[in-house]
Design a protein around this ligand. Structure first.
Ligand SMILES: [Zn+2]
Length: 450
């Protein structure tokens, strides 16, 4: 036997069995699995040893919160915690008031270790559970967690972890929004230089999510979640296909007014005021374009999704040339071509002449007038030739797929229905993950309010 294995079993005879299991393992897989068992057992033992040493250090007792007398030791009391490496047991001193005040358990060592009084699992285990819950349902998280760590945690406990961490993410966001409202801008995220020189692409979309009715019974209620994406627009090296870097998402279960400050906050963080070029790319949603007009239009390029514009052209053509479908198709094809090649004004003139012709039904007049207004409102956003020449995308597919991914992948599984709180908590955890702010929720302490 090697020195290392020998000394481990000499120091701790109970590990003898684990070491023998390693030695008996025939295949590499068995060898690794049994060594893993030993590693975990050793890790637990080392942590317990350190905790036991610390519990021997004389305690600095605080004063009784009720009568102010210095607390005395009541002796050692056991505590256990489920952790990434297994269940850890140790003892630490509990204080008592010499005057007999009822003050509950006071354990200075728990405070020093960052433990809450009723905490049963350690933070790194909760972090892992929350991370898995971002991608898979709670029951599966419970199974995966026990595969990965051998620690058994119920799906209900995991659900609670997600509620707590998600609420923390929401509280932080609220704090940042309050700061912004009082004129305090967020810190701009640092970027690699090459990426900081790329245009900032922004866009927004709505995605429907199934909710439970408040009574819990009855049919599913579909509600819209507004999602926005912000990313630096680059190109793949070989194919020159567009590629998004530093992708950040914003989402809210609510209307456009709820989205606006959130989107602006993130835009500031992504350097909207310093990016060499800012591009807004969206379909025809009026609220989204309102955001563009109010926040971005003075210094950025707005692009109306080409396919959305074309869809509206087709609607107009059908209504105008109803019954003459060949003519409708011809006009549509020409108008589409003109639009694509920067001749939107000719298309507008066409529609305006058609309106003057007379003999159109009221419905057709209305459809054509709407089409005219729509294209006229967006006349600066349909300069597709110019956009293509600038190397910018003219379809909002990238925006839409980023937005859909955030919601679709986790919230629209078979039979899934959400409560408002449950949805919001998990949504904000998912956002924290995709935006690179997930670990802060577990390992960075709350800023003290000032
Ligand atoms: Zn007291």
């Amino acid at each position: 036997m090697s020195c290392l294995r020998d000394s481990i079993s000499q120091i701790e005879p109970s590990f003898q069995e684990l070491i023998e299991a390693i030695e008996k393992s025939s295949t590499l897989t068995l060898l690794i699995m049994s060594a893993w068992h030993l590693a975990r057992a050793l890790a637990v033992r080392i942590v317990e040893e350190v905790l036991t040493e610390r519990s021997q250090i004389p305690t600095q007792w605080p004063d009784c919160p009720k009568c102010g007398r210095r607390l005395h030791s009541k002796g050692l009391v056991g505590r256990q915690i489920k952790s990434l490496i297994g269940v850890i047991h140790w003892e630490r001193r509990i204080g008592r008031c010499p005057h007999g005040c009822k003050i509950g358990q006071i354990a200075p060592m728990d405070d020093a270790l960052g433990l809450l009084p009723n905490q049963q699992t350690s933070i790194e285990l909760q972090r892992l559970g929350c991370l898995l819950a971002i991608f898979v349902p709670f029951e599966i998280v419970s199974t995966l967690l026990s595969c990965l760590t051998t620690v058994k945690v119920s799906s209900v406990s995991i659900w609670h972890w997600v509620q707590n961490a998600g609420q923390k993410a929401m509280d932080r966001l609220k704090n940042e929004l309050d700061n912004l409202a009082s004129g305090q801008f967020p810190q701009v995220e640092t970027l690699e230089e090459a990426i900081s020189l790329l245009p900032l692409l922004m866009g927004s979309d709505g995605v429907m999510v199934p909710f439970r009715p408040e009574s819990g019974k009855g049919s599913t209620i579909w509600r819209e979640v507004k999602v926005a994406v912000l990313a630096r627009l680059g190109q793949r090296k070989k194919s020159n296909a567009p590629q998004l870097y530093q992708r950040r998402l914003v989402a809210v279960l609510g209307d456009i007014d709820a989205l606006r400050p959130r989107l602006w906050l993130e835009a500031l963080r992504q350097g909207v005021l310093t990016a060499p070029q800012v591009v807004w790319l969206s379909d025809g949603g009026v609220g989204f374009w309102g955001f563009y007009t109010d926040y971005l239009s003075s210094f950025s390029i707005g692009i109306l999704d080409f396919y959305h514009a074309v869809q509206n052209l087709w609607k107009g053509a059908q209504s105008w040339l109803d019954g003459r479908s060949k003519k409708a198709r011809l006009w549509f094809a020409l108008a589409r071509h003109r639009l694509r090649h920067g001749e939107g004004n000719i298309v507008l003139n066409d529609i305006s002449s058609a309106l003057k012709l007379g003999g159109l039904s009221e419905t057709t007049q209305k459809t054509l007038r709407n089409l005219y207004e729509y294209l006229d409102t967006h006349k600066y956003h349909i300069q597709y030739k110019k956009f293509k020449d600038l190397g910018l995308p003219i379809g909002s597919g990238m925006v839409e797929s980023a937005c859909k991914w955030l919601i679709q992948q986790r919230f629209k599984g078979v039979g899934m229905r959400w409560s408002e709180d449950g949805f919001n908590h998990l949504l904000h955890l998912r956002l924290a993950w995709v935006n690179g702010r997930f670990d802060d929720l577990f390992f960075v302490k709350e800023d003290s309010p000032n």
